[in-house]
Design a protein. Structure first.
Ligand code: UD1
Ligand code: CA
Length: 491
């Protein structure tokens, strides 16, 4: 069976009140239109997808052609496994936003061949449709030898959707758009999802759709009565739940879709053996994976292509972006980790920040108010308090005292700090890069290190302490007070 699909996403999206095209708004970090693209690509039945966009929305094309999550820089090769097979998109342009029928016409014009069985038509603003639903719909269309199959659902709030008008033996007669519906018709709860399968005969009737005088647009929904008039075989597929087909027209719709997806993702990971202390406040992007026996506390955000191992604990107010956590890693409260790798058994936070390009562990300890940037921290190395480590390579079994700073930036260039195995850096030290502290060396607290330190040496660069006795003079009012006390007590 040869199946193509068309995603309609050339509309203005007025109701979003945004300068960004509606379908580029993100639900859980992924633009709305990308959900439709992926669902069609993953359903296993669609040969190629045509995306209809407006001339003004070049950004949509740009995004779909250069999806950041596909870039190997953020994504080691093995993560490409889940990449949908079909990203071979064709773009079509709708000159003016003259309605959904006009948009589909623009899409059909660029179909690469005329010899196909059917075309799946989907709105670019319905992000929750599953690929399994799409493949079932295509199968149903073929099984019923249908000319047009539309997916409908029973909406708890049907406002803004086209209503499905059924006649004798509940055959679908036509779709009435919200704006055209009478008070009686508005009470119909069965609505059009905007997801259809068109056979060739139904597609041929597209050009017969006339302009809706009220809105000045060509409504794709008029295809139903046209097909009926020609005696074509029209069928519906009534979806078992409503949120899968919800369309996003407003910011509120976006929130509803996000909450539904958030819940679905959380439930999926719970089924895989992950403990969630909350569902409402834990945000997990669709590209994230989590190992079993990991526990996630409230207010956690796991974003992008993050991979979490088994038996990890992620406490509250943590945000992890495009990062890999191996097994048994603990992320304490209020910590941010971006584009890094945390090796097994390490502990990070509370109140830590790990910036891109860092690799920490195994069994390392990064404590409170520590910032790590573009650095490697080896086995069992500890930086427990108030430290900045940037552009550094640290070996194993190192202790970094509180308040240590790598001075990696000279105002112009960044330089490297190398700290070899077993080194001890005393508190409050500055390591002025480029500099190397060799194995098992010891840096005295409060030192400013500007030259390499040899193996096992003690480096100390602070001035010798002097104590000047009696240096502090009593304050004037202190003297007076003492006098008063003396007088009162008769001393
Ligand atoms: C549409 C349906 C409605 C259905 C609802 C489901 C029509 C006339 N109405 O209404 O029956 O219940 O979807 O969510 O089809 N688009 C274009 N070019 C245009 C106009 C729209 O490409 O000129 C695209 C939009 O970008 C959008 C999709 O088509 O992705 C649907 O358009 P939208 O304006 O959101 O239609 P609804 O009013 O939601
Ligand atoms: Ca819509």
């Amino acid at each position: 069976m040869t199946v193509y699909s068309v995603i309609l996403s050339a509309g203005i999206g007025k109701r979003m009140k945004s300068s960004t095209p509606k379908v580029l708004h993100e639900v859980l970090g992924k633009p709305i239109v990308a959900y439709a693209v992926d669902a069609l690509a993953n359903c296993g039945k669609v040969l190629q997808t045509i995306v209809v966009i407006s001339k003004r929305s070049g950004l949509i094309r740009q995004y779909l052609e250069e999806r950041p999550e596909d870039k190997p820089a953020n994504k080691p090769e093995d993560k490409l496994e889940g990449k949908p097979a079909n990203r071979n998109l064709i773009f079509a342009y709708q000159e003016e936003p003259l309605g959904t029928a006009d948009a589909l016409r623009a899409g059909v014009e660029v179909l690469p061949e005329r010899d196909f069985d059917c075309v799946v038509v989907m709105a670019g603003d319905t992000p929750l449709v599953k690929s399994s639903t799409l493949s079932e719909l295509i199968e149903r269309h073929a099984f019923l030898k249908s000319d047009l199959t539309l997916t409908t659902f029973i909406a708890s709030n049907p406002n803004s959707y086209g209503r499905i008008k059924r006649g004798p033996e509940s055959a679908v007669q036509c779709i009435i758009e919200d704006g055209d519906a009478s008070a009686e018709e508005k009470k119909i709860f069965e609505v059009n999802s905007g997801l259809y399968v068109f056979g060739k005969k139904a597609l041929a009737l597209l050009r017969e759709i006339g302009k809706n005088e009220k809105k000045g647009e060509y409504y794709l929904t008029d295809i139903v009565s046209l097909c009926n008039a020609k005696g074509l075989n029209v069928n519906t597929h009534v979806a078992p739940n409503e949120y899968e087909f919800m369309g996003i027209n407003t910011r509120y719709d976006m929130l509803v879709a996000q909450k539904a997806l958030q819940r679905e993702i959380a439930l999926k990971w719970m089924e895989e053996g992950v403990t969630m202390m909350d569902v409402e406040s834990i945000i997990i992007h669709p590209g994230v994976s989590i190992g079993k026996d990991t526990v996630i506390y409230p207010n956690v955000q796991l974003e992008g292509n993050t991979r979490i191992g088994e038996g990890c604990k992620i406490y509250s107010n943590v945000r992890i972006v495009d990062t890999e956590l191996e097994d048994r890693v603990i992320i304490n409260d209020s910590t941010v980790i971006d584009k890094s790798k945390i090796l097994s058994g390490s502990t990070i936070g509370p109140f830590a920040r790990v910036r891109p390009g860092s690799e920490i562990g195994p069994k390392a300890r990064i404590g409170n108010f520590v910032e790590i940037k573009n650095s490697t921290i080896g086995f069992n190395t500890k930086a427990s308090h108030l430290t900045y480590i940037g552009d550094a390579i640290l070996g194993r079994d190192i202790n970094i005292g509180a308040g240590t700073i790598t001075c990696n930036y000279d105002g112009k260039d960044k330089h490297k700090t190398v700290i070899k195995d077993g080194v001890f850096i005393g508190s409050g030290s500055q390591l002025v890069a480029p500099v190397t502290i060799n194995g098992n060396a010891f840096v005295g607290a409060g030192s400013t290190i500007t030259a390499d330190v040899p193996e096992k040496a003690l480096a100390i660069s602070r001035t010798k302490q002097r104590n000047i006795s009696g240096w502090v003079k009593p304050k004037e009012n202190e003297t007076k007070e003492n006098e008063t006390i003396k007088n009162k007590t008769g001393e």
